[in-house]
Design a protein around this ligand. Structure first.
Ligand SMILES: [Zn+2]
Length: 58
């Protein structure tokens, strides 16, 4: 199970953790979450996703 934390991904106000079985699944879950909860656009997410890769935990 892979996971990523909002705080580590760059959001100082949110400590929500997103999980996924694969990196692709994790990013799909994170994208859905970011758009629904943080009001991010798909484009904004794609830009942040590059930075987020460093924060993924196994
Ligand atoms: Zn969050």
């Amino acid at each position: 199970m892979l996971s990523i934390n909002c705080k580590e991904a760059g959001d100082p106000n949110c400590s929500h953790t997103i999980t996924g079985n694969t990196e692709q699944e994790l990013f799909e879950n994170a994208k859905k979450y970011a758009m629904e909860t943080h009001g991010m656009t798909a484009q904004e997410f794609e830009e942040d996703a590059k930075k987020m890769k460093k924060s993924i935990k196994n």
